[in-house]
Ligand binder design. Structure first.
Ligand SMILES: Nc1ncnc2c1ncn2[C@@H]1O[C@H](COP(=O)(O)OP(=O)(O)OP(=O)(O)O)[C@@H](O)[C@H]1O
Ligand SMILES: [Mg+2]
Length: 365
């Protein structure tokens, strides 16, 4: 990930009156990278994308395209492909005319346009649909036309703002696969916006998580999931248990943390003073239940409060003194052919265990 970034955003800030929609956003996007902006509603994702597209001017900050300052450039000069929520196809134009639109605007010769339209429609598996109108297509097909239109003029970057949110689950995963293939096959740089964590994790090379207009963390899906920088990230990407405590002692990188009346072991490469307040975050799938818990470095006794069958797993909530409710997702099926976590009944005592490596330490309450 060296060399000149495809796009470099430096300290982008956008205010709407008293609202700071985007606050000091910086990120480098590498050529061919699939970068996703993820965050809750109102966190500033679309505003970042619209500054990158050139539709709204930043109040502060710069944008560089392959090293060249484009902050003052209009959207046409930037030549970025765009796909937005819904389809926004021209309803009175045929599929071929929709796809040709950007090429006609750029004054490409007729024969070249016809050839290019054929190529990109084949690329999104819509050959034979040239003469249909958008209303004669399914949702997924319309979205693929929008994609074909956006890549037809060989854009510098492809910007996508929640392009899949109108599609049902089945279609969504089909178009997701298509997007990944386009990204890989064309080597085209993608900046993709979504508020769907699973979509961000499964599609992206890196994810930039936004919160309240600020970049909360940027990294690979594994970085964010395994090493969340703060409580917001740990809670936003997947589920987490949180408990606060004080560092008792540290031996090597193993830290003993006093939580309620419990002494829990965790790993911290960082030196922590005794008495430091920390938060432990623990993923539900890292907690073993029942006999399997007994051999773990951390074992606590709880009372089973609820058990929810989820098919591939069972969600268990157990009340643990000193910690509170602990959520665990255990396998519903044991490798020995037993019932796995189905064996535990509500209202019964249950042991929960996890290794020292399972918990992540955050130096904040
Ligand atoms: N044109 C505008 N005028 C005033 N405020 C705006 C404008 N556009 C966005 N905002 C505000 O800026 C903040 C960020 O909005 P933005 O649309 O970037 O969020 P988002 O992360 O894309 O949210 P969503 O997931 O709902 O699409 C919000 O508080 C929003 O109300
Ligand atoms: Mg938005």
């Amino acid at each position: 990930m060296n060399g000149t970034p495809a796009l470099s955003a430096r300290n982008l800030t956008k205010r709407y009156g008293p609202v700071v929609a985007v606050d000091d956003f910086s990120a480098d996007i590498q050529p061919g990278e699939f970068l996703t902006l993820l965050g809750p509603s109102g966190s500033g994702k679309s505003t970042v994308l619209s500054m990158i597209a050139g539709f709204s001017a930043p109040d502060a900050g710069r944008l560089h395209l392959r090293g060249q300052d484009i902050t003052a450039w209009g959207p046409e000069k930037r030549a970025f492909g765009m796909v937005y929520q819904g389809y926004a196809l021209f309803p009175h134009m045929t599929v071929a005319q929709n796809v040709a639109f950007g090429l006609r605007m750029r004054g490409r010769p007729k024969a070249q346009i016809a050839e290019r339209v054929r190529t990109v429609l084949a690329r999104v598996r819509l050959d034979g649909f040239e003469d249909r109108l958008p209303r004669q297509l399914s949702g997924g097909q319309q979205q693929r036309v929008a994609l074909a239109r956006a890549i037809a003029f060989e854009p510098n970057l492809l910007l996508l703002d929640e392009p899949l949110s109108a599609l049902d689950r089945q279609l969504r995963s089909e178009v997701q696969r298509e997007l990944r293939e386009l990204n890989r096959d064309l080597g085209l740089t993608f900046i993709f916006v979504t508020h769907d964590q699973d979509e961000a994790m499964s599609l992206s090379d890196r994810v930039a998580v936004m919160n309240n207009g600020r970049l909360a963390q940027i990294g690979t899906p594994a970085d964010l999931y395994e090493r969340p920088a703060n409580r917001f990230i740990a809670g936003f990407l997947g589920q987490s248990n949180f408990f606060s405590g004080d560092v008792e002692e540290q031996r090597g990188d193993e830290v003993a943390v006093r939580v309620g009346g419990l002494r829990l072991l965790a790993i911290s490469p960082e030196r922590l003073q005794a008495g430091t307040e920390v938060t432990l975050t623990l993923r539900p799938e890292r907690i073993a239940v029942g006999d399997a818990a007994r051999s773990c470095a951390n074992v606590v006794e709880g009372m089973l409060r609820s058990r929810t069958y989820l098919g591939s797993s069972i969600a268990i909530e157990a009340e643990v003194e000193g910690i509170g409710l602990l959520l665990s997702t255990a396998a519903a099926w044991a490798p020995d052919g037993g019932g796995g976590a189905t064996a535990f009944g509500e209202g019964q005592p249950v042991a929960l265990g996890w290794s020292a490596h399972a918990a992540t330490l955050l130096s904040e309450r």
